[in-house]
Design a protein around this ligand. Structure first.
Ligand code: PLP
Length: 420
């Protein structure tokens, strides 16, 4: 280990996070046996055995379209209802307003097109330059098609902060929707969503929150955030590759998405085009249960929602300890710039290297068995606004299975890259 890496160990400490047994967590991830240190969680987390087992078991059992006549139909129905209940516990949402889809991107396009049916010239939507493109382009394109105006809120590139006032001053009586991220997948910045929600609601606008990055790192309460719509992706929080949208059933009742004539008009099914991926929904439930089981001391008596809140607090503390340790050591290395600077952020670090290409660092680290990709990660507007063009930087993301040995390997590999 290099001096800088050792400094990182001693400066911020490698003592385990209280109440969080990362070795026990790691034992559930077969993929870790391949040997890489995974800092690529923000792109998609590794999957615990129980999630893979739930997916496989659903495919092995008799299953049909949802119904109540055969056991196979009842199984499909139970899988869907269980997944809605699990996501509702994860987000403190109403299970009757949990919509499943292929991805957050697909669900956001669907909602944007549906809402835009009611927009016209003079109407306005507000997007931010802190957001992933999946919470920008669907709104820009839907607004443009409807003849509505798009207004852009900028973040401060020096701090990575998005000030609620910089959103609020764009709002007016014709603002129909504000789209904002719960946490930036490039920088980790967590904007003050409740403050933005209050401003949006004062203006009579709806708030659409991209919760994809946030949900993997913190406990979420959709109502406390003030989100009218909250979208996230189970494959970022240890689940399978699908997307979720949560909204109040009463709000969903007011919307008329395009749908097939024989398909039910009930909410939330009205928004779920075609047959749902039952196996992925079973995996999503297993991922939520796995997270809940990480509550310090094991599941309590308060129910799954209470366990999830406790577990996510422990995960956040664990990831943040590792992030602080890595950050302290990386700052010691000459030529490393850490672009993630917001006061309130997830354990996600965007790095650039003076005079060196982040893509070269990515490939060097990969050869050392450290997976930390470089790019803009579809956060194109943030990358450009930071002055990083379309190339972005190297992203180091902590996950529930990240441990101190991973951080040691990261620090050694970055130091070796810089020395090369
Ligand atoms: C913050 C954020 N929003 C949206 C997305 C898109 O999610 P999906 O792949 O489910 O469409 C991602 C994926 O990386 C993301 O990180």
């Amino acid at each position: 280990m290099t001096a800088a890496a050792r400094a990182g160990s001693s400066a911020a400490g490698t003592a385990a996070t209280a109440g969080y047994d990362v070795a026990a967590v790691r034992a559930h991830f077969p993929a870790l046996a391949e040997g890489a240190a995974h800092f690529d969680g923000p792109g998609g987390s590794q999957t615990p055995d129980v999630v893979a087992d739930a997916v496989a078991a659903t495919l092995r059992a008799a299953i049909a379209n949802r119904g109540s006549v055969t056991a196979a139909e009842r199984r499909a129905d139970a899988v869907v209802l269980a997944a809605r209940a699990a996501v509702a516990d994860l987000l403190a949402a109403d299970p009757g307003g949990v919509v499943f889809g292929r991805s957050m991107t697909q669900l956001t396009y669907d909602v944007a097109r549906t809402l835009a049916k009611g927009w016209g010239p003079g109407d306005e939507v507000v997007v931010t330059r802190l957001d992933h493109d999946a919470n920008i382009r669907p709104w820009v394109q839907a607004a443009t098609a409807a003849g509505a105006t798009v207004r852009w809120a900028d973040f401060d590139p020096a701090t990575g902060e998005l000030a609620p006032d910089d959103v609020a001053r764009l709002l007016g009586p014709r603002t129909r929707l504000v789209a904002v991220t719960g946490a930036s997948n490039l920088l980790g910045t967590r904007p003050d969503v409740p403050a933005i929600a209050a401003a949006a609601h004062d203006a009579g606008a709806l708030l659409y929150v991209d919760g994809v990055h946030l949900t993997a790192h913190a406990s979420v309460d959709v109502a406390a955030l003030g989100a009218d719509f909250f979208a996230c992706s189970p494959y970022k929080f240890l689940g399978p590759h699908c997307g979720v949208l949560a909204a109040a059933p009463a709000l969903l009742e007011t919307l008329r998405p395009d749908k097939l004539l024989p398909a039910t008009d009930a909410v939330p099914e009205r928004f779920e085009l075609g047959t749902l991926p039952y196996e992925l929904l079973a995996g999503t439930t297993a991922a939520v249960d796995f997270l809940a089981d990480l509550a310090p001391g094991g599941p309590g008596t308060g129910g799954r929602r209470a366990d999830l809140v406790a577990a996510l607090a422990a995960i956040e503390a664990h990831e943040d300890r590792l992030r602080r340790r890595a950050e302290a050591a990386l700052l010691e290395l000459p030529g490393v710039e850490i672009r993630s600077r917001a006061r309130h952020r997830t354990a996600t670090l965007l790095l650039t290297f003076e005079g060196r290409d982040a893509g070269d660092a990515y490939r060097f680290l990969a050869r050392a068995g450290v997976n930390a990709p470089a790019g803009s990660f579809y956060a194109l507007e943030p990358s450009r606004h930071l002055g990083l063009g379309d190339d972005g930087g190297l992203r180091v993301g902590m996950a529930p299975y990240t441990d101190d040995a991973d951080v040691d390997r990261l620090l050694t590999a970055v130091a070796d890259f810089l020395a090369g």
